[in-house]
Design a protein around this ligand. Structure first.
Ligand SMILES: NC(=O)c1ccc[n+]([C@@H]2O[C@H](COP(=O)([O-])OP(=O)(O)OC[C@H]3O[C@@H](n4cnc5c(N)ncnc54)[C@H](O)[C@@H]3O)[C@@H](O)[C@H]2O)c1
Length: 448
């Protein structure tokens, strides 16, 4: 099928590549000319496992193309996907300017019936707004062309986006149109062979489903972080508690890892937007407000622990930081807990030596040149001359570190672990002090 995707970010680019990979004819449109030029040259602007070879192979086969030409994009696809950003507005609501800009673009150029498919995460009622926008522009042109607006939210996880799009858990389609349903069933048929993954519903329910899914996951994280805070105060071990509750199939093990809080481009903004939506109806979302408050506090906790350990000031101290991306296997640092940690460390006077396996370029772009930040090529390099180590992202390569080397290099022999990667007894066995989340701390032995 001929498909156009507006927006070549984490969602649009991956979806475009995966659709092309099963034989669809995909044209991706973006307003960012530099990004499009890079993609045309086969350079992938984001870190996403498996994406580069898939983009390059489908480009070479002529099934995946990139352009800034919106008119060409509108003409190409029978299905027109919206995968543009919906960042938080100042009041926390989702900013729909990019979504509505694409709606106007489509209406300006369309000359034949189109199905507009919204993959961006948007508040309930956005499909109606998109339809109104298209209708208004068409009326201004004196054109009468049929179109549908379908909601088809995206559930991919950054870091596993290609795998998630190739084998989705579910494909949520919100539409009342039988014709649009048939088109989307045809589009997704290659991903729907093993069993029926398509969940049909009305448009507003599909829009709400995406927010409900992210709010539920954020709630699980804030819940376990709350219990971790309790465990610390009660002398319990949150890791034992986590295993104890996760074994109940009604609870499950996923998304109950205590840590430095959730971040990324989705959970913080989507919880905020859902709170805003709820409040705009006069309904107080008590639970979501608490989820957000707990996370705001949790993202500060690692920095607070380090500053408290050093009696309130980090003047003259250098802290090694492992992990900058908001989670492993991505370079995305939007709303990352590391950013809150770095600000806290700098505010207390520390210098930072940081390493991340994928997000170094992103960190350079965000922080620029600073005297109090050194971006290091390896985890071992980050330890050089540092007093203590802070771990913010649970990348695999941090899981089995060389504790002897850490003990030799860290001047104060302290690890502050925001992801509970290590067994406290093992760390203590190497003569290191260890502070983690929701578990009893270990003090370092006096230095010889
Ligand atoms: N990133 C995720 O993990 C994820 C997962 C599920 C859903 N979502 C949702 O999908 C949407 C996109 O997220 P993302 O992370 O891919 O965003 P992104 O910021 O990575 O990419 C958005 C792209 O849209 C482009 N764009 C903006 N205006 C445009 C226009 N008028 N025409 C064409 N292109 C335009 C931008 O240049 C950018 O390349 C958001 O609503 C997000 O909430 C994201």
């Amino acid at each position: 099928m001929k498909v156009t995707i507006f927006g070549t970010g984490y969602v649009g680019l991956v979806q475009g590549a995966v659709l092309a990979d099963v034989g669809h004819d995909v044209l991706c449109v973006d307003v960012d000319a530099a990004k499009v030029a890079a993609l045309q040259a086969g350079r992938i602007p984001i870190h996403e496992p498996g994406l580069q070879p898939m983009v390059q192979a489908n480009q070479a086969a002529g099934r995946l193309r990139f352009t800034t030409d919106a008119r060409e994009g509108v003409t190409h696809g029978r299905l027109l996907f919206l995968a543009v950003g919906t960042p938080p507005d100042e009041d926390g609501s989702a900013d729909l300017q990019h979504v509505l800009a694409v709606a106007r673009t489509i209406a300006t150029h369309m000359a034949a019936p189109k199905t507009i498919v919204n993959k961006s995460t948007v508040p309930v009622g956005t499909a109606d707004q998109v339809a109104d926008t298209v209708r208004t522009v068409l009326a201004g042109r004196g054109a009468q062309i049929a179109f549908e607006v379908v909601s088809n939210p995206e559930f991919l996880k950054e870091g596993a986006a290609v795998a998630d799009c190739k084998r989705p858990d579910r494909i949520v389609i919100g539409t009342a149109s039988a014709a649009a349903e048939a088109q989307l069933r045809e589009l997704y048929a290659p991903f729907n062979r093993n069993h029926d993954r398509i969940v049909m519903m009305d448009v507003r329910s599909a829009e709400l489903t995406k927010y409900a899914a992210n709010a539920m996951l954020a709630t699980k994280i804030s819940f376990i972080n709350e219990i971790a805070g309790l465990a610390e105060r009660l002398g319990a071990d949150i890791e034992a508690v986590r295993r104890g509750i996760g074994s109940d199939p009604r609870i499950g093990y996923s998304f109950i890892y205590p840590g430095a809080g959730y971040g990324g481009s989705c959970f913080p903004k989507d919880v905020k937007a859902l709170i805003h939506t709820a409040q705009s109806t006069g309904f107080t979302p008590e639970l979501l407000l608490a989820v957000e408050r707990r996370n705001d506090a949790q993202r500060q906790t690692l920095g607070e622990r380090i500053v408290a350990h050093y009696g309130g000031s980090l003047q003259g101290k250098t802290i090694a930081v492992w992990g900058l991306a908001f989670k492993p296997e991505t370079d995305d640092m939007r709303e990352a807990p590391s950013r809150y940690l770095l600000q806290a460390l700098w505010a207390a006077g520390a210098r930072v030596r940081a390493h991340d396996p994928a997000a170094m370029g992103e960190a350079r772009r965000i922080f620029g040149e600073r005297a109090d930040l050194t971006l290091c090529e390896s985890p071992a390099d980050a330890l050089q001359g540092a007093h203590a180590l802070a771990i913010v992202t649970e990348w695999k390569i941090f899981r089995v570190p060389d504790f002897e080397q850490i003990a030799q290099r860290l001047r104060d022999r302290m690890i502050f672990d925001g992801r509970n990667l290590y067994d406290p007894a093992v760390v203590a066995g190497h003569g290191l002090g260890y502070v983690s989340i929701g578990r009893p701390g270990v003090s370092p032995p006096d230095k010889a």
